[in-house]
Design a protein around this ligand. Sequence first.
Ligand code: KG4
Ligand code: ZN
Length: 394
Amino acid sequence: MKILAIETSCDETAISIVDARGGFAHPTFTILGNQLLSQASMHAKYGGVFPNLAKREHSKNILPLCILALKEAKLFEKSKKTLNINEKERAFYKELLTREHDIIEPFIKLLSQTKKPKIDAVAVTAGPGLEPALWVGINFAKALSHAWNVPLLPINHMEGHIVASLLQKGSSKKEIILPKITFPALALLISGGHTELVLMKDRMKYKKIGSTRDDAIGEAFDKVARMMNFPYPGGPHISKLAKTIKDGSSRFPLPRPMLHSNDFDFSFSGIKTAVLYTIKKIPRLTPKMKAEIANEFELAVTEVLIKKTLGAAQKYKVRTILIGGGVSANERIRNTFTKKITAEFPNIKLYLPTKDLSTDNALMIATSAYFRSLSNKKGAKNTKNIRAKGNLSL
Ligand code: KG4
Ligand code: ZN
């Protein structure tokens, strides 16, 4: 089946079209179209994602991006004669896209001039994320699903990040396959909005066993980077700086928050404040000092992630660990987990997303949607009920 998936939960507008087959036994995807537009540079001066700007940019870009994806997939075909979109239909789109009013006329024009593409379902991130941003994707997805008369599948962004950790290159560049994993599995989700440990006794069965009590880890990376005058998103800057430090000793020791707490929760607000105090005490912050602080920050958060994740893995006797979310692009985190698990837990298999699939993308939504469609063939019964849910949990 061909799925068109939309992701607009944060600052990336992304649309993917995949051809999915093989069922749960041999899931295989051919990437037909994959488009992504990042707004990161626009949010840089605000030090984080500014929700109304994100919404405006998604509204501006979603339709052109969708056309690009359809063209890439060779599913964009002009109709020979202009089709009539009657008043009732027009009124429907006008109401649905009230808050994305820039799209209404070009969308109706597109419908009247193109053939219905061979798409079997539309999928969209319904949450968690920034609600104004999520709504753009949802309303647009509703419009497409109505126009093409195909089911609409609401997808959880965090499930997307979990599935992303399993996407592997198949026999060609455009083909993606998923390995068969052994349960129980443990997912460590580390992104700009989340830090969670999720136990999976079976596929698509999730139980949150730990989460952050304050800031998410990606947020901490971003804030620490900002303290050193690096623009949003800060994670990659911290990572690059830390790499320049070779030895482990630090002139600027930082705490390992909740390292010894008897649970699987996290906290990253204290370490952020500790970095702030460290910086305040230094009269002239040199590039070398910044690098040392970045390195110590990475060491500290990695140590906590390792301790909590492997503690949970032992307690629940897991056979598989999946790491997902933007922060899983971090090389120190990737390498430390890989080395530790290979050396000390040879019975556990670790899966990490490729770097381009660590951060937000629509391929993870398209692939998750296939699994959702296998368990719920009809899609949403009533698309009216699909709403943006900023705090949607797994
Ligand atoms: O998953 P994601 O793209 O968006 C959310 O769902 O939040 O994650 C974005 C987060 C940002 O905080 C960004 O700084 C962080 O991922 N990030 C990194 C790296 N690349 C992205 N953090 C640390 N090291 C990286 N290399
Ligand atoms: Zn994300």
